[in-house]
Design a protein around this ligand. Structure first.
Ligand code: HEM
Length: 115
């Protein structure tokens, strides 16, 4: 079971990397480009792997802080909501990409510093 936890954590960290990469992809595409669907895929990966890590906690002998997980989940829901509302627009608002990146940084900070 430890391997499953590590595999999920591995995918979770790749998802975080993908979210960070999306910021640069979006910036490179320019201000007039539509929101890249990669944001949605990376957010979904974070949600799936995060929920799976928490759901399997009894089997993987882990105890997670529910408040911490709740806040991370909330931040991710905001990220996913913003992406879902803007992904089909021809041109996203200028504040959107930096806001998404800031929320990713916030969740990474919570993951690391909330002990
Ligand atoms: C933008 C979204 C997210 C980012 C950037 C993120 C980032 C991270 C990072 C960097 C870690 C590793 C921390 C460490 O090992 O010290 C981590 C661990 C973890 N995350 Fe997330 N996370 C996100 C969303 C979520 C969500 C939505 C959940 C749950 C619903 C979640 C649940 C977990 C759990 C349970 C761990 C601990 C895994 C373990 O050590 O077994 N994460 N996250």
């Amino acid at each position: 079971m430890e391997f499953v936890r590590l595999l999920l954590l591995f995918l979770h960290l790749l998802g975080m990397g993908m979210l960070v990469a999306m910021f640069f992809v979006q910036r490179r595409a320019g201000a007039d480009a539509p929101l890249n669907k990669g944001w949605l895929h990376a957010a979904a990966l974070q949600l799936l792997t995060g929920v799976a890590l928490v759901g399997l906690a009894p089997l993987t002998d882990q105890e997670y802080d529910h408040a911490k997980i709740g806040v991370k989940l909330l931040v991710l829901v905001v990220i996913a909501g913003l992406v879902a509302m803007n992904v089909s627009k021809p041109k996203p608002a200028t504040w959107l990409t930096p806001t998404l990146a800031a929320l990713v940084v916030v969740n990474t900070g919570i993951a690391v510093f909330w002990t």
